[in-house]
Design a protein around this ligand. Structure first.
Ligand SMILES: O=c1nc2n(C[C@H](O)[C@H](O)[C@H](O)CO)c3cc(O)ccc3cc-2c(=O)[nH]1
Ligand SMILES: C[C@H]1O[C@@H](n2cnc3c(N)ncnc32)[C@H](O)[C@@H]1O
Ligand code: SF4
Length: 335
């Protein structure tokens, strides 16, 4: 039996690049950031749906409302709170057959409670439990606060994606500790569907532009550590646009994350995603299967958002993966 690798065909919607943090590796955040226009978001969602995507990934800077002048920028789209805008965009996604997954950085439990009905799953990277220079200007990257938020999501029964960022100044022992902290929360809440092992990717114009990314060997070692700590129902995800996935799936990763046929990876925009067809060629011996934004286990458990249930039930096949592999229209992740 060939080993199954899953991925999610998504469309990546960058809601705002305004952010209260300043992670030294980040090329996404902008001082003069803006809020995506409804028209632009609808255009992305329509193109994603037309290309056969099944997920709308909403990603944004953390707590943008704390940044001076943000409320004026939000008023330009006629809204006065960012969570309300994400909910509106989520409804537009659901109308187009796309399941929302929101990764907004730290959210309060109340904010997650508001978003949960509209999301098939949500995400927050732990990043690392180590205190690193890269986070010195990012209060939201405090690991205790992130672990608390991940736990709060579990208390709300939200299928959850988290992960670690590898190569930002942490030691191997920190990687182990970070994964152990995630495992402990999963043991009480049971909501962690996947843990991303995300390699740091240097971005031009950032303070970490000249720091080399982690090599494949330390990444494969991290995947092995994650695999040995996490229970089998928690997938290890590796993004195939940031590192050669072959040694990483051989080390035990079983998911390739979101791949968008119509947008770049806005966090790593110069890193084109390989298409599922290219991945099939590059990963001999593995079988590629498309999943939804929510993993089969949580569909079985009935952990649905109130507004996502019907769509999930229509899109999932008997195995809990996407009912059928629709046509994939690769166009090199164009803007
Ligand atoms: O395209 C990307 N998707 C990213 N995703 C999305 C992910 O690939 C999928 O949306 C999830 O697997 C849900 O299907 C993240 C999701 C999270 O919750 C947390 C971090 C990330 C990071 C990325 C990323 O850098 N690029
Ligand atoms: C959504 C996730 O993207 C990751 N992220 C942010 N900047 C970078 C980068 N330069 N390289 C790799 N991953 C990055 C962080 O882990 C964040 O939580
Ligand atoms: S990685 Fe996220 S939290 Fe950090 S600066 Fe970038 S947008 Fe903000």
């Amino acid at each position: 039996m060939r080993k199954v690798l899953t991925y999610s065909r998504n469309v990546f919607v960058p809601v705002t690049d305004v952010c209260r943090n300043r992670c030294l590796y980040c090329g996404f955040r902008r001082d003069d950031g803006r809020v995506i226009r409804r028209r632009e978001a609808i255009d992305l969602l329509d193109r994603g749906a037309a290309a056969g995507s099944a997920e709308a990934l909403f990603s944004l800077g953390e707590a943008p409302q704390e940044v001076c002048g943000f409320s004026d920028r939000l008023k330009e789209v006629g809204r006065d709170d960012v969570i309300g805008y994400i909910i509106e965009l989520s409804e537009l996604a659901l109308e187009r057959g796309l399941l929302p997954h929101t990764n907004a950085g730290l959210l309060s439990k109340e904010e997650m409670r508001r978003l949960a009905p509209y999301n098939a799953s949500m995400g927050l990277m732990l990043e690392t439990t180590a205190v690193v220079e890269a986070h010195r200007a990012s209060p939201g990257k405090n690991h205790q606060r992130r672990l608390e938020a991940i736990r709060a999501a579990g208390e709300l029964s939200i299928p959850f994606t988290t992960g670690i960022l590898v190569g930002i100044g942490e030691a191997v022992s920190d990687r182990r500790r970070s994964i152990e902290a995630i495992k402990e929360i999963h043991e009480t809440c049971g909501h962690i569907q996947e843990v991303i092992v995300q390699p740091f990717d240097p971005k031009e114009g950032t303070p970490m532009a000249t720091i080399p990314p982690p090599g494949l060997e330390p990444l494969a070692e991290t995947v092995k550590i994650a695999r040995s700590i996490l229970p089998p129902e928690v997938a290890v995800q590796v993004p195939p646009n940031l590192a050669d996935p072959l040694p990483l799936v051989e080390a035990g990763a079983s998911d390739l994350g979101g791949i968008s046929p119509v947008t770049p990876d806005w966090i790593n925009p110069e890193r084109l995603w390989p298409t599922p067809e290219e991945l099939r060629i590059r990963l001999p011996g593995f079988e590629m299967m498309e999943r939804l934004a929510v993993y089969p286990r949580y569909i079985d458990l009935g952990w649905h958002g109130r507004k996502t249930r019907d769509l999930v039930e229509r899109m999932a096949g008997p195995d809990g993966l996407r009912r059928r592999d629709g046509p994939y229209i690769p166009d090199r992740n164009r803007k």
